[in-house]
Design a protein around this ligand. Structure first.
Ligand code: ATP
Ligand code: MG
Length: 235
């Protein structure tokens, strides 16, 4: 089944009166449980495209369908709910809440849901185990290594059982060995839980491990080794 379908998506930012095109007529689709990366040089539009797919920003034109829902047709409130239910986010700098413990950070997205306390606690315990942090649930982010913080961020992204986790440069602030562990962890979660990951990254280790690599250049998607095309469909 198709989990993500991006069609003819364009986005320009405005600097004063001057439009700065960041994403130009991008189209692709990804199946369920995919492990894919948006690659390309700095400024090629990776973060812009990820933010559009993550419903953090709206395209100027084109459509984005996630798990069968055309998110462009949702009003603000419905879009916020959709994002909470279906999407998870991992940021380069982890974005953990410093005042909260590991367990509280992981549980944070669940507080907005309808689950009772026991179910939330069970989910957190499962995730702590899944990311290899059992026993560290009472620590605060500043008492963890970078790799451990990223594990917490991944557990938090998965807490509400999203279909799709979007991760912008998830290995950029980690050393090579820790980055490799984090990639292996995300791959394991993708396989075992059927959740899709879509990354934006320059990291060759992450790019090499992906099932699908979407190359961006100047906001345009390029088919590997081919001339520019305005649409690329990945079955
Ligand atoms: N808020 C903004 N306002 C104006 N222009 C922006 C804004 N954000 C990004 N841009 C421009 O849009 C283009 C794409 O930027 P984007 O951040 O998506 O690139 P990227 O591929 O993620 O780069 P990097 O690898 O450096 O993170 C760039 O030309 C950038 O200067
Ligand atoms: Mg970026």
């Amino acid at each position: 089944m198709t989990m993500l379908n991006v069609r003819h998506v364009s986005k320009s930012y405005r600097l004063g009166r001057v439009p700065v095109p960041a994403v130009r007529n991008v189209g692709f689709s990804l199946p369920d449980a995919s492990f894919s990366v948006l690659a390309g040089p700095s400024g090629s539009g990776k973060t812009s495209l990820l933010n559009l797919i993550g419903c953090l920003d709206r395209p100027d034109s084109g459509s984005i369908e996630i798990a069968g829902t055309d998110v462009g047709k949702l009003a603000e409130k419905a879009l916020t709910d959709f994002r909470r239910q279906h999407l998870g986010f991992v940021f380069q700098n982890f974005n953990l809440l410093a005042a909260l413990t590991v367990a509280e950070n992981i549980a944070y997205p669940l507080q907005l849901g309808k689950q009772g306390r026991a179910a939330r606690r069970e989910r957190v315990a499962f995730l702590l185990e899944a990311v290899g942090l059992a026993g560290k649930e009472g620590r605060r982010p500043q008492e963890l290594s970078g790799g451990e913080r990223q594990r917490v961020a991944i557990a938090r992204a998965l807490a509400a059982r999203p279909r799709l986790v979007l991760a912008d440069e998830p290995t950029a602030s980690l050393d090579r060995a820790t980055g490799a562990q984090i990639i292996a962890l995300m791959r394991k979660l993708q396989r075992e839980q059927g959740v899709s990951f879509l990354f934006a990254s320059h990291d060759s280790a992450l790019i090499d491990s992906a099932d699908t690599v979407l190359h961006l250049r100047d906001g345009t998607l390029q088919a590997a080794g081919e001339t520019l095309r305005d649409e690329r469909v990945v079955a």
